[in-house]
Design a protein around this ligand. Sequence first.
Ligand SMILES: Cc1ncc(COP(=O)(O)O)c(C=O)c1O
Length: 386
Amino acid sequence: MSGFLPYGRQTIEDDDIAAVAEALRADFLTTGPTVEAFETAFRQKVGAQHAIAVSNGTATLHLAMIALGVGEGDVCIAPSVTFLATANCARYAGAEVVFADVDPDSGLMTPDTLADALARAGDRRVRAVLPVHLRGDVCDLPALKAMASAAGAVLVEDAPHALGSVATFGNEAHPVGDCAYSAFASFSFHPVKTLATGEGGMLTTNDAALAAKARSLRGHGMVRPAGAEPWVYEMPELGFNYRIPDVLCALGISQLAKLDRFVERRRSLTARYQALLAPLSPLVRLAAGPSWSDPALHLLTALIDFEAAMTTRAAVVESLKAQGIGTQVHYIPVHRQPYYVNRYGLADLPGADAWYGRCLTLPLYPAMADEDPERVVEALARALGV
Ligand SMILES: Cc1ncc(COP(=O)(O)O)c(C=O)c1O
């Protein structure tokens, strides 16, 4: 058996290492000119007017909440199938979370599941709706935005899975991150993501005032008043240390230059998986994306009918591990986490539960060999006894 295949991993090449080494020899370890250079390159790539580089993806979401003025007495709506951070950011700001259900085949928040969540929010003040482009497939942003606006809320796209994805609404193609429908879009550069800096994140927005606010909140809320002496700073509001080091931004710039290649590779590996998995249908299907979404998949999530295969997910995960294949479950529905059950009781979200019952993420990352998808699918077929 050749090497172990994790479900995801970074692609770090010699020129990435050289870029970091060069940054280490420069004057700044923390905030220097490379931070702004990374922000500029990133916002140009996704087509947004402003980008703010931050210490991690969770911090981007927290900054977005505070910049929008979300606080106590407010409600934010997050899908239950996501990473914890999507919901937690509302709680950091003092707001309450109403969990939206998801479509069981795509894992995405939809207009129907948002309508249901808005109804459950009742007459409370909904300030932000946080669609998650799960796996890389893009939510129905025009419809979600119209519904959020009607409720007096804005969209904050939690988009770490979808860097490089494009959605076509009407005749317009929108790269994820262009914020055509949202106040902010948020990205993470955690190693399994499409672009890796280790820890790191980016907020994009087209609103200059929101950008300025997020930027100052990233550095303790400090601003330099125009015309004042060079040492003068003021703190008109309470901020945080959510800075990202120059060194990591050097890695980010180097990685961003390869984004198109990474995305292409993810797309061709996905196409290979699609062909190889077809004979295992209906026992195994890939999660289904909506028609407007052209994803750069971050996660290759299969939906498996374990019961029909007369097995369990635990047994399949163990068998795959023994065959050298890593898997992961994205995600345990957040509304079922003890913290949220203690706070809100257990909401009835059948789509999220159905998704959780069937999902299993298989290896997908650019450095996989051409023959690896075949190895994974053969191992999966063995694990399912088909
Ligand atoms: C959907 C989603 N939101 C938020 C985050 C938080 O990002 P980070 O781990 O960089 O804080 C992640 C990454 O793990 C994520 O997948």
